[in-house]
Design a protein. Structure first.
Length: 333
């Protein structure tokens, strides 16, 4: 029995970059996955004329990508969209179906973030100050479109440890001409008195409207509710978590302790346990609105949109056929 041939360098590099967060942000991850699927489809079509082998390689590609970030639901949704549309009786037709699906998916991503930004911008008023947590291209799109509407928007940006993604947000907001105040995470409660909105993204959204986002989001939401500051979540529909329709619990990724403490400091302190959860879950009662490209929704209504897009559960087209146990389709173009 021969071993499977290696996957393309594009797939391996993309998987590594997603795992190490060189590629970050749900839309960026989803786009990178779709591009990697397309690259592998081209390469595999040049190497085999066997449609069964082509399909096996593409499913293996999907598994390689899927295993990189278990919580970033846009990744499996990208795989559902592309691999779920793989169809044909010969390699050329299979390749064409995947390339067509990858192009349609990335086009959808382009429209989605633009449309979402316009919806979110309508919730922001001239002179508002927005507090952010972590880096979200969806959240930034709302601010960008508000600025394009001529609104004067300021931002209070949390540093968002341990990886300081807030620094990226601060830089991109400055490029938009937004006045930025950067704060340490523990100063959020104090600074909420100066904020008109909390605006965050989401890595995934459960069927009950619970928001899975960068660790620290839930604490910020609780403090914002106490202060009477509305919380807006900006999330494309690719971030909805269809598995939660059937009771699936969202897995919270535990990342490397080296992001929290370096080896020398750990050795100096002595025997300790280091935990580095990447995300937490904000209950829907702390969220005022979820803004998507399909409109804005109260969190308790997001399940209706999820069912429209995904049905009652979700397929896993990256698994071999005998390992697939669920049945649903991805989002429509």
């Amino acid at each position: 029995m021969t071993s499977d041939p290696p996957l393309s360098n594009t797939v391996d590099d993309t998987a590594a970059d997603i795992a190490t967060m060189e590629i970050r942000g749900a839309a960026t991850i989803a786009r990178a996955a779709a591009d990697a699927i397309a690259a592998q489809a081209r390469e595999t079509a040049d190497e085999t004329a066997d449609p069964a082998e082509f399909e096996r390689t593409m499913r293996r590609t999907g598994r390689r990508l899927y295993d990189t970030r278990p919580t970033a639901v846009s990744l499996p949704n990208a795989l559902r969209y592309t691999l779920g549309r793989m169809d044909g009786d010969d390699v050329d037709t299979l390749r064409h179906s995947l390339l067509e699906a990858a192009t349609a998916f990335t086009d959808r991503l382009d429209r989605a973030q633009r449309d979402l930004g316009r919806v979110g911008a309508n919730r922001l008023r001239d002179g508002d100050t927005v507090m952010t947590h972590c880096h979200s291209t969806d959240a930034l799109s709302c601010i960008e479109h508000a600025v394009k509407q001529g609104k004067d928007i300021s931002a209070i940006v949390k540093e968002t440890r341990p990886r300081n993604q807030g620094h990226i947000t601060a830089s991109e907001l400055r490029d938009l001409g937004v006045d930025v105040t950067l704060i340490v995470d523990s100063a959020a409660r104090r600074c909420l008195d100066d904020a008109d909105h909390v605006l965050v993204g989401a890595d995934s959204i459960a069927a009950d409207g619970g928001v899975v986002n960068k660790i620290g989001t839930s604490g910020l939401a609780v403090n914002a509710r106490e202060r009477g500051v509305p919380i807006m979540v900006a999330a494309q529909t690719i971030k909805l978590h269809p598995d939660t329709l059937t009771g699936h619990t969202v897995e919270i990724e535990m990342r490397d302790e080296a992001e929290v403490i370096d080896a020398d400091a750990r050795e100096e302190i002595g025997e300790i346990t280091v935990e580095n959860p990447a995300f937490d879950v904000t209950p829907p009662r702390y969220v005022d609105a979820i803004v998507t490209e399909s409109g804005q929704f109260p969190p308790e209504s997001i399940v209706t949109l999820m069912r429209e897009l995904f049905g009652e559960s979700a397929d896993r087209p990256w698994e071999e056929p005998d390992a697939t146990t669920t049945d649903a389709t991805g989002p429509t173009a």
